[in-house]
Ligand binder design. Structure first.
Ligand code: GTP
Length: 598
């Protein structure tokens, strides 16, 4: 049957190990596309990428491969996003497959993200096919890496494909392994419909396109469908396959991968992980593993110019239509006026959204320090969640506070164990265990407070290990912690946008570092500006921006006019990016500088 000739698989890899390059090669090798078509399609994808904001690079694609056994196989390559913020999406994409190619760089070997992805794939009971890539590199050591994969992951590497995706070496081995080792999908095309949504995106013409794997039953245009998590019903307008451009087909049957459109207006109604069933003949239970994604990190987003408020709102609404994980609600800040509190999956997600607001919507925005969600047990027994430090009740009303903790794994060459431990110690980490992967590399398992991880932990880790360490983490739970609110006062006024929640033992150090940075970024005024960090009424750090002595223009008098003009122009441009706080002008960059540790 046709189902026997289908193979559904993903490619998993650490960043830069060659996932996209291999995907391109597989497309090319299966001869589905000429090089010119491929270029065009890749351009298409880049548009889409811009629209979606997350680097997807490779796309879900259907390949047709004529195998050595003489049969033609349909290979559905399912894309997975490659970042820890999007682990849930990765897990749903993997759930749509029967197998996965594990690409390992012949020079780098196994890294933390590789292992994290392998565990996700093993959770889904996938057949994992290891592939060693970049054998063309002079520094390649395929034999050692083979042994590493066998020792660390326990996969058989006796007939592992040794390839160069870049040079196109041994690509056929990979295709043959897919056909021979990955099981064909099972599932009854006559059963009640169960289709897994593993990705979705919105465009203004078709509405939401949901990427689906049909697990049981058949889906076709005209069918009334129901989303099992939200109970919403729609009528299918189109089903199709990816080549990778969308090509409509008559129906998708059990085992198939493709897309469905049904005039769905928001990705929230076609959530990743949800099960689509037939409204008139529903399945009795949804596919396992659905989870509603919830933000982990929050920050305030404010227009740099107050009149942009509605533009920021419009932009966030537009982004949200396509991003079920993004949340926002209006909030006000005494310092920054009207803005929004936004929720994100993680820091990368936050950076992507910030960048899109600035680049695609041409907005000038100020973001406040990121915060996690703290749980506060009040003395009156009430438990509240706080994601904006400004809303923290007075200390006298608080019985205790809890903060989110993540389980992290950090992988690195053993000579960096010292610096890594120092860093984790400084970030209040608890060492859970340390394993040697082989003679040269270790994995450290640390429990770390999420609020320490979101302050450029990853950058610090990279710089302490010359870029060799890799990091992976997931939320473990909440733990009690001695936390305080640290306020920043500029010219004696608390600036709420700078307030953060920190561990008591860190408050002094953080306060001093923020005060120092603000001193560097706030320009001199005609008066001296004290900058203070305080816990409650107790000042823990203090700096002063000294008063300006002379008029800036004074030194130009008598000088040439053009220079004077230039200076005025410069001041004006500088002004545009200033925020008036009381009678102090604070440059936009000051808000950013607070987010960075040294
Ligand atoms: P992300 O999308 O960032 O996760 O990276 P990726 O895993 O998709 O890696 P990508 O395919 O973008 O390759 C990363 C780099 O490695 C690129 O500069 C490629 O040209 C290079 N590369 C990929 N395959 C090979 C190979 O077989 N040999 C060599 N020498 N370089 C390769």
């Amino acid at each position: 049957s046709r189902q026997n000739r289908v193979r559904n698989f993903s490619i998993i890899a650490h960043i830069d190990h060659g996932k996209s390059t291999l995907a391109d090669r597989l497309i090319e090798e299966t001869g589905l596309l000429t090089e010119r078509e491929m270029k065009e399609q890749i351009l298409d994808n880049m548009d889409l990428e811009r629209e979606r904001g997350i680097t997807i690079k490779l796309q879900t694609t259907r390949l047709v491969y004529k195998a050595k056994d003489g049969n033609e196989y349909i290979l559905n390559l399912i894309d997975t996003p490659g970042h820890v913020d999007f682990n849930y999406e990765v897990s749903r994409s993997l759930a749509a497959c029967e197998g996965a190619l594990l690409v390992v760089d012949a020079a780098q070997g196994i890294e933390a993200q590789t292992l994290a992805n392998v565990y996700l794939a093993l959770d889904q009971d996938l057949e994992i096919i290891p592939v060693i890539n970049k054998i063309d590199l002079p520094s390649a050591r395929p034999e050692e890496i083979k042994k590493e994969i066998e020792d660390v992951i326990g996969l058989d590497c006796s007939d592992i494909p040794l390839i160069s995706a870049k040079e196109g070496i041994n690509i056929e081995d990979v295709l043959e392994s897919i056909v021979q080792k990955i099981p064909a999908p099972k599932g009854d095309s006559g059963a009640p419909l169960k289709a897994l949504i593993f990705d979705s995106f919105y465009d203004s013409y078709k509405g939401v396109t949901a990427y689906i794997r049909v697990v049981e039953g058949t889906i076709k245009p005209g069918m009334k469908i129901k989303m099992m998590a939200t109970d919403k019903e729609f009528e299918v307008s189109e089903v199709g396959i990816f080549t990778p451009s969308q090509v409509p087909v008559d129906e998708l049957r059990a085992g198939d991968v493709g897309y469905v459109t049904a005039s769905i207006k928001n990705v929230r109604d076609a959530r990743v992980g949800d099960t689509i069933t037939e409204a008139d003949r529903p399945a009795n239970k949804p596919l396992p593993g659905y989870k509603k994604v919830t933000p982990m990190v929050y920050c305030g987003v404010y227009p740099a110019e107050g009149e942009d408020f509605n533009n920021v709102k419009d932009a966030l609404e537009k982004l949200q239509v396509n991003d079920a994980a993004l949340t926002f609600e209006p909030e006000t800040s005494a310092a920054l006026g009207f803005g929004f509190r936004c929720g994100f999956l993680g820091l990368l997600h936050m950076e992507i959204i910030q960048e899109r607001l600035e680049r695609e919507f041409d907005l000038n925005i100020i973001t406040t320090a990121p915060s996690v969600i703290y749980k506060i047990k009040k003395k009156d027994g009430e438990i509240i969640n706080i994601q904006n430090p400004t809303n923290l009740p007075p200390l006298t009303e608080i019985e205790y506070m809890e903060e989110p903790i993540v389980e992290s794994s950090i992988m690195a060459p053993k000579e960096y164990v010292g610096p890594i431990m120092e860093l984790c110690q400084a970030r209040r980490g608890t060492l859970k265990n340390m394993e040697y992967l082989d003679q040269t590399r270790v994995v450290l398992h640390y429990d770390l407070p999420l609020n320490e991880v979101i302050y450029d932990f990853f950058d610090a880790l990279k710089s302490k290990t010359k870029g060799f360490a890799s990091l992976d983490y997931e939320l473990k739970g909440y733990e009690r912690s001695d936390l305080v609110k640290l306020d920043i006062l500029i010219n004696k006024e608390v600036v709420d946008a700078f307030s953060i929640i920190v561990h008591r033992e860190k408050a002094y150090e953080r306060g001093r570092s923020i005060a120092e940075k603000l001193k560097e970024t706030i320009p001199r005024h005609l008066f001296a500006i004290p900058i203070q960090a305080a816990i409650g009424s107790k000042i823990v750090a203090r700096e002063t921006v000294k008063a300006l002595r002379k008029d800036v223009l004074a030194k130009c008098y008598g000088g040439d006019v053009s220079r004077k003009k230039k200076l005025l122009q410069k001041q004006k441009e500088g002004k545009k990016r200033m925020r008036q706080l009381g009678n102090v002008e604070v440059p936009q960059e000051a808000f950013l500088s607070v987010l960075k540790f040294d």
